[in-house]
Design a protein around this ligand. Structure first.
Ligand SMILES: Nc1ncnc2c1ncn2[C@@H]1O[C@H](COP(=O)(O)OP(=O)(O)OP(=O)(O)O)[C@@H](O)[C@H]1O
Ligand SMILES: [Mg+2]
Length: 259
């Protein structure tokens, strides 16, 4: 991912549990900044980059992700205490998501209904990366330029909160798929899984994992160095895609239960 320096804190976003904000970059672009110092921590940012880049590899529309460099001086004059503390705790590399001006949140009641191939691809991706955050209440889908964009993958890759068990969760169904907002339209799941496998081979997984800045992989857990942690992400995700039958079956079952 590109590196961009944060030039100005523009405004906090009204929605969003992690106090995301609109930030102007030194390239004059506007970004939705997701801060390393937020409660969700660096792992949420790791999940954003890996799942986001996998979504892009799969052919979904994803806003560009950048490494957003934050100077500690940026928030010094910020009047809001909570924001000032957040910026102080986030000096260094944060996540920038290309801001889509005028986009609207996808609402399943309002539509438009996505076609089966697209809905299935989103459901398959989310089952693969175990993204629990694409429900009717919180769709994390934006409509922009008549296309559906996927955002907010910070809650994916839950296995990285328990590396000891990660070997088992690599071969596990994803029961929460039953709450996926696009499940009712996902009438082409087997083809979507095949597309995932074709478009996101091991090299694509390696590339997505390589896109994570070292600063977010700080020799945590059983890992002495970032390279070992990257290898563990790649191993888990490739194993999980090989075991797609398990979560595909679970998704089909959940879909059948909808009607
Ligand atoms: N790239 C973007 N362009 C335009 N608006 C965006 C973009 N990214 C996020 N938003 C808006 O900001 C909101 C919060 O962003 P996001 O969901 O990524 O943050 P969050 O803190 O993880 O939220 P939550 O945990 O509440 O789902 C989104 O629901 C959307 O309305
Ligand atoms: Mg969100």
């Amino acid at each position: 991912v590109r590196s961009v320096r944060a030039a100005r804190y523009v405004t906090p976003l009204r929605e969003g549990g992690s106090l995301p904000a609109i930030v102007e970059g030194d390239d004059d672009g506007l970004y939705v900044a997701k801060f390393r110092g937020a409660g969700q921590g660096a792992k949420a940012l790791v999940a954003e980059v890996i799942a986001g880049e996998l979504a892009r590899a799969a052919g979904l529309a994803v806003p560009e992700l950048v490494a957003l460099e934050l100077d500690p001086a940026l928030g010094r004059n910020e009047p809001d205490y909570e924001i000032r503390m957040l910026l102080k705790a986030s000096a260094g590399v944060n996540l920038g998501v290309d801001y889509l001006p005028g986009s609207v949140t996808f609402d399943p009641v309002v539509g438009p209904a996505p076609d089966a191939a697209l809905a299935s691809l989103v459901v398959a991706l989310d089952a693969w990366v175990a993204n629990v955050d694409r429900t009717a209440r919180n769709t994390n889908l934006l409509l922009w330029h008549r296309k559906l964009w996927v955002i907010d993958h910070g809650a994916a890759l839950g296995f990285h909160h328990a590396w000891d068990a990660a070997r088992d969760t690599a071969r596990a169904p994803f029961p929460l798929v039953k709450d996926h907002v696009l499940l009712p339209w996902a009438g082409a799941l087997p083809a979507a899984v095949a597309a995932l496998k074709a478009r996101a081979p091991r090299e694509a997984v390696e590339a997505a994992v390589a896109a994570v800045p070292d600063a977010w992989l700080s020799g945590e857990g059983p890992f002495a160095e970032p390279a070992a942690q990257r290898a563990a992400y790649v191993a888990h995700l490739t194993r999980r895609l090989e075991a797609s039958d398990l979560w595909l079956e679970e998704a089909e079952r959940a879909r059948a239960a909808l009607v």
